[in-house]
Design a protein around this ligand. Structure first.
Ligand SMILES: NC(=O)c1ccc[n+]([C@@H]2O[C@H](COP(=O)([O-])OP(=O)(O)OC[C@H]3O[C@@H](n4cnc5c(N)ncnc54)[C@H](O)[C@@H]3O)[C@@H](O)[C@H]2O)c1
Length: 251
């Protein structure tokens, strides 16, 4: 399937577990992918892998916790081919803790990276999408934004806000043919998850046992969903929050 031929897609956090899978998937389906991450080295590795597979991708390193970097990223991406068709707001951080154990900085940076970046990137990208006749935004929320897991108040609250942001944006810009949707993953095997599992003194096998499907998710499985939502096949999907969890309930 080549659902993204002649399209330009920006993927944030594309040096990480889920983001790199999304970048590879969109490129395999024909997109010119802007692989962006604050970790430039990781982003370069992803572009190398995409090119080895015959795809087209370019690195634009950016720290999306800064408004100016968000706007500069979008302008550099637009300059590649004078269009932006897909924006995947995937970058995120997870600061663990409850109300009293979190620092002010934990709270602030969680909102800056997980939510404010989407606000700035969408404000930079939407005018180009609208001028180009439409586009698709896919935001990475989380199942925990819908059903909070304990001891992650900052993370869960940012992801709930991402869900609300997604629905608001979809509502306001559907008339301009901008489709905005969010994926809400459960536990997916990535560096972020491994760090959390290690901190909690558990193993991936422990987590597998908690999922009715028998295992936690794979980044490629989230990438397949993101690609669908970003594609014309999802033409009537707008404002949806799609869970991908292996039927796991949040304990
Ligand atoms: N892994 C899971 O179980 C899971 C579940 C639900 C939601 N999510 C969400 O999926 C997304 C991807 O997570 P992941 O598990 O692949 O994590 P990851 O840590 O592997 O990847 C996250 C990427 O975001 C980048 N990033 C962080 N801060 C940044 C900044 N300021 N500017 C630019 N890039 C920045 C990191 O460098 C990293 O490459 C996140 O939004 C996360 O909250 C993950």
């Amino acid at each position: 399937m080549k659902r993204f031929e002649n399209k330009v897609a920006i993927v944030t956090g594309a040096g990480g577990g889920i983001g790199s899978a999304i970048a590879r998937r969109l490129s395999a389906e024909g997109a010119l992918v802007v692989v962006t991450d604050v970790n430039e080295e990781a982003a370069r590795e992803v572009v190398k892998a995409i090119k080895t597979d015959g795809g087209e991708a370019t690195v634009i390193a950016a720290d999306i916790s800064k408004k100016d970097s968000c706007f500069a990223l979008v302008e550099k991406a637009f300059a590649l081919n004078e269009r932006i068709d897909v924006l995947v707001n995937n970058a995120g951080i997870n600061r663990r803790g409850n109300l009293l154990s979190l620092s002010d900085e934990d709270w602030d940076i969680s909102f800056t990276v997980n939510l404010d970046s989407m606000f700035h990137l969408c404000r930079a990208a939407l005018p180009h999408m609208i001028a180009g006749g439409g586009g698709a935004v896919v935001n990475t929320a989380s199942q925990w934004g819908l059903y909070p897991a304990p001891n992650h108040i900052a993370y869960n609250t940012t992801k709930a806000a991402v869900a609300a942001f997604t629905q608001n944006l979809a509502r306001d810009y559907a008339p301009d043919k901008i489709r905005v949707n969010a994926v809400c993953p459960g536990e997916i095997h990535t560096p972020m998850l491994e760090a959390g599992v290690k901190r909690a003194g558990r193993t991936i096998a422990d987590l597998d046992k908690l999922v009715p499907f028998g295992r936690i998710g794979k980044p490629d499985e989230v990438a397949a969903l993101v690609a669908f939502l970003a594609s014309d096949e999802a033409a009537f999907m707008c404002g949806s929050l799609v869970e991908i969890t292996g039927a796991q309930a949040v304990a």
